[in-house]
Design a protein around this ligand. Structure first.
Ligand code: C5P
Length: 242
């Protein structure tokens, strides 16, 4: 049986920061308060795998390499094996590549790497689906659901999904299939108007069944980011016991 995930480990901080120096400041400040640091394309392409070393040297939190891999299966498979050598816990692949790409996730499970699939990018709107070659009557939510089911079937550890999709994915996937939810906006957050449109609070995300939440700006732009991170963890904890 899988043990429940502690509140702190459910908080992933997005290191959406352009350089090592700045990133290190946040890792030192938040290393004790968050369970995981997410390194994305911007920072990884700028600094290379050394950035992973830096996070490990300054914190015991786990690392999520958000590279959204999408290539032929052999290349994705080799990239995942390379990523596993850095001892990161999570990595993303695109969930649109079909069975043979999704199956590469199962190959690295034994190396301790958990592969999360991106179902449909949130930048894709329902009206764009037909232009992308999908059947006219296929809704965005159905496509997300189909891809989450496929990701689970072929060995991914979980998916990235929006707050709106948590309940429906939870209904069709097994309880241990992880739902990782970005677009988090606590009610007390100072970031109000930004590019996230389908937002949810930490509490509601956890109540709906999110396993982990990804938070960037509400913590990064707070006057005291460490206080904000601890507030998010408290909110997660209160939702877990509700
Ligand atoms: O700053 P904010 O809390 O909006 O950070 C969101 C993080 O989650 C960013 O790293 C972004 O790339 C990621 N993300 C997202 N929406 C998705 C997938 C990932 O905002 N659908």
């Amino acid at each position: 049986m899988n043990l429940p995930i502690p509140a702190k480990d459910r908080l992933i901080f997005a290191l959406d920061i352009p350089n090592r120096e700045e990133a290190e400041k946040y890792v030192r400040l938040l290393g004790e308060s968050v369970g995981c640091f997410k390194v994305g394309l911007e920072l990884f392409i700028k600094e290379g795998p050394d950035i992973i070393k830096m996070v490990k040297e300054n914190s015991s939190a786990s690392i999520f390499l958000d590279l959204k891999l999408h290539d032929i299966p052999a290349t994705v498979s080799s990239a995942l094996i390379s990523a596993a050598t850095h001892e990161v816990k999570f990595i993303t692949i695109h969930g649109s590549g079909g069975k043979s790409i999704l199956q590469t996730a199962a190959e690295v499970k034994s190396l301790g790497l958990e592969v999360l699939a991106v179902t449909v990018l949130t930048s894709v709107s329902e009206s764009e689906l037909k232009g992308l070659g999908f059947k006219e009557n296929l809704s965005l939510s159905q496509l997300v659901l189909n891809r989450a089911s496929e990701a689970e079937k072929y060995g991914c550890a979980g998916v990235i999904c929006s707050g709106e999709e948590i309940s429906s994915i939870k209904r069709v996937c097994k309880p241990d299939f992880k739902l990782v939810v970005p677009g988090i906006r606590p009610l007390w957050a100072e970031v109000r108007k930004d590019d996230q449109s389908r937002t949810i609070t930490p509490k509601d995300a956890i109540l709906k069944g999110a396993d982990m939440i990804v938070v960037g700006r509400p913590i990064r732009n707070a006057k005291e980011p460490d206080v904000a991170a601890r507030k998010v963890v408290d909110e997660i904890r209160s939702a877990l016991i509700a």
